[in-house]
Design a protein around this ligand. Structure first.
Ligand SMILES: [Zn+2]
Length: 653
């Protein structure tokens, strides 16, 4: 009996401690904009507290589980919200989503749902009086927030007037900063956006490039609409960006929902904004009203968070992967496990030093996490399970591909053999890839065959491949051969930046290649530069500059041999639109497509066919469709025909 007593006192102590800690962290987060713990740590503590409260039945009066969090910062006027601002209940796993989903379906079998991106930004509520923006406020504690109207007015994606229907509404949404605009000194875009919005001086807000995405529309007269319709009104009639996914579909079954979760999870890293989950909302307002809310959460919506999902699984084996640079990386082969809605069988172990430090051993259980990078990573081992003494830490001293002794550089090991089979394959594989020479039909498998037959040794050999050589290869028939040779031929006209990227200069990626291409007129000019001159380029450090100099010293002949086949295309180095990637969609009244393309190119812009996240501007005419949606998704600047004269005049560059 005494033991039970003691342990329940202990639990009470822990409970008090947790309440104190979480309240402190909440203050740091909401009031100071200076969190000292990560969201994951906070989530873990919060969950522990919830469990303790359930087990002990004790809920302290100041427990953070009973309030929404946040308080008004000094210096701002208070704003009392018209509608209470609730937060969302969170599901950490697909299974938790399923329970909630099934619960609603059992009550309302014909219920439809809508899934939207969950952006990780600063919640803002905008009040419009007969179509005019009169107030913007932060969430605060859910009842009272800070009046940041002047700050919000500096955000260009917040309309000051609602185009259509001069309605009186409250619009909720998230202020976001794109990853590209993250200023130095900030850990994440959320903190940076918070600092900008909650600055007393609106000119500070204006200096940061902020965006606003809407996800809530409340009519002050009480009119209700279906969730998806409300989003469409926000987008089409009011000119907001919303969080509806590109291929929005109504969701009726859990299978459909699961597919959407996987899709969004898979594309999350392609976004210019930080999204940390998916929000699933019930579409019908009548059902929403019937379900109602708890003290904190609406019962009709759920946030599925995919931030740092972590699972435990068995480590089956460790294999070594040789990269283009010769770096040899250990890769964990795992017992298949569900992680972030996908089955994971491999995870990176980063390097030998990291692996040794974590004590990773084959046969043991490891904790795998999928973080912001697409590649899952082994976080560490499960400590409760005793390490099996027979399984030593796996190490490697020879290249798994060519057998050359590895060189240790810091925590990493390198194969320095330039002719190493794995390295050569990686080199060609990079060269032909989409961001480089974009040669279709040269899969790794085909490259491997061409290398083993001795047809390709140096990069230039790609342009020496003949039909008769291909004829003898397995699976190569006339059509396939023609397609491949065609694709190789087409790649000869190549943009200078792509070409530099294709060379695979160590430490020089796509962005640095573009920087080199826009600063120098020719290969020769780059070659003549010394490291100390290259360092002066934007975002060029010593290592990168040294890599460039070293690369051309070592590979001079191979590059010369390659260049003779190619027609390097240099972008214009002048013009008010220099360096901008512009896409045109829809029908324009004042221009034909080719007239406009010519005008854009003369001003230095490059005209591209599709919208991607690297596109800078989309020019939109009548009847624009998927490209416009995509541009919105990626946060690409949109110019309508009415704004075209100003744009071409360079006014808005
Ligand atoms: Zn090797």
């Amino acid at each position: 009996m005494r033991n039970v007593q003691k342990s329940s006192t202990k639990r009470e102590e822990r409970l008090r401690e947790l309440v104190g800690l979480i309240n402190k962290y909440n203050h740091e987060y909401y009031v100071m904009d200076a969190p000292s713990v990560s969201d994951d740590e906070w989530d873990a503590l919060y969950k522990e507290l919830q469990e303790l409260e359930r087990e002990t039945g004790i809920i302290l009066p100041d427990s953070p589980t009973q309030k929404v969090g946040g308080a008004v910062k000094k210096g701002f006027r208070k704003h009392k919200h018209l509608f209470p601002l609730l937060s969302l209940d969170k599901a950490q796993s697909v299974d938790e989503v399923r329970k909630w989903f099934d619960g609603i379906k059992s009550e309302f079998p014909d219920a439809e749902f809508c899934a939207t991106y969950k952006f990780d930004g600063i919640r803002l509520v905008l009040t419009y009086d007969k179509g005019t923006l009169v107030k913007a406020a932060t969430r605060g504690d859910g009842k009272v927030g800070e009046d940041v109207t002047e700050q919000a007015k500096t955000i260009t994606s917040i309309p000051k007037e609602l185009g259509k229907w001069k309605a009186s509404v409250e619009i909720g949404g998230e202020v976001m900063m794109s990853k590209a605009n993250l200023p130095e000194g900030f850990k994440n875009t959320r903190n940076a956006a918070a600092g900008a919005v909650r600055n007393i001086d609106p000119s500070v807000t204006a200096r940061q490039k902020l965006d606003f995405f809407a996800y809530e529309l409340n009519f002050i007269d009480g009119m209700e609409m279906k969730y998806v319709l409300a989003m469409k009104v926000l987008e089409r009639d009011y000119g907001f960006r919303t969080m509806l996914p590109r291929n929005w579909k109504g969701i009726k079954t859990f299978e459909e929902l699961e597919r959407v979760l996987v899709e969004i999870t898979a594309e999350r890293d392609t976004f210019d904004y930080d999204i940390d989950g998916v929000v699933i909302s019930l579409d019908e307002p009548i059902y929403r009203a019937e379900l109602g809310t708890t003290i904190k959460f609406p019962r009709w919506a759920m946030a599925y968070k995919f931030e740092a999902e972590v699972v435990t699984t068995k480590l089956l084996n460790i294999v070594w992967q040789v990269g283009r640079s010769g770096k040899v990386t250990p890769v964990a082969i795992l017992e298949p496990v569900e992680l972030c809605g996908a089955t994971v069988t491999r995870a990176t172990l980063n390097n030998y030093g990291d692996m040794a430090r974590k004590g990773v051993r084959v046969g043991g259980d490891v904790v795998v996490r999928r973080s912001n990078d697409v590649i899952p990573e082994v976080l560490g081992i499960v400590p409760e399970i005793p390490r099996d003494a027979r399984n030593d830490i796996v190490d490697i001293n020879e290249c798994p591909s060519c057998g050359t002794g590895l060189e240790v550089v810091g925590a990493n090991k390198f194969c320095k053999n330039q002719n190493c089979g794995a390295r050569v394959l990686e080199k060609f594989s990079h060269f032909v890839s989409r961001d480089c020479m974009n040669i279709e039909g040269l899969s790794d498998k085909t490259l491997e065959v061409l290398i083993s037959k001795g047809f390709i040794k140096r990069l230039g050999d790609i342009y020496r491949i003949t039909a008769s050589e291909l004829m003898g290869l397995e699976g190569f028939k006339d059509k396939k051969i023609n397609n491949l040779l065609d694709s190789i031929e087409k790649s000869k006209n190549v943009d200078f930046a792509r070409f530099i990227n294709a060379l695979g200069i160590p430490n020089v990626g796509k962005k640095a290649s573009a920087t080199l291409a826009s600063n120098f007129a020719s290969m020769e000019e780059i070659r003549q530069k010394m490291a100390k001159q290259l360092i002066e380029l934007d975002e060029f450090g010593e290592v990168m500059a040294q890599s460039v100099v070293e690369f051309f010293k070592v590979n001079r002949e191979e590059v010369d041999d390659l260049v003779q086949f190619l027609e390097l295309e240099h972008k214009k180095r002048e013009g008010v639109l220099l360096g901008l990637k512009v896409c045109v969609t829809g029908t324009l009244a004042g221009y034909t497509r080719s007239q406009l393309a010519k005008a854009l190119e003369e001003l230095g812009a490059s005209v591209v066919d599709g919208v991607s996240k690297t596109t800078d501007v989309l020019i939109v005419g009548e009847g624009a469709g998927s490209k416009l949606e995509k541009a919105r998704k990626f946060g690409v600047r949109i110019v309508e025909e009415s704004g075209l004269v100003g744009f071409l005049g360079g006014v808005s560059k």
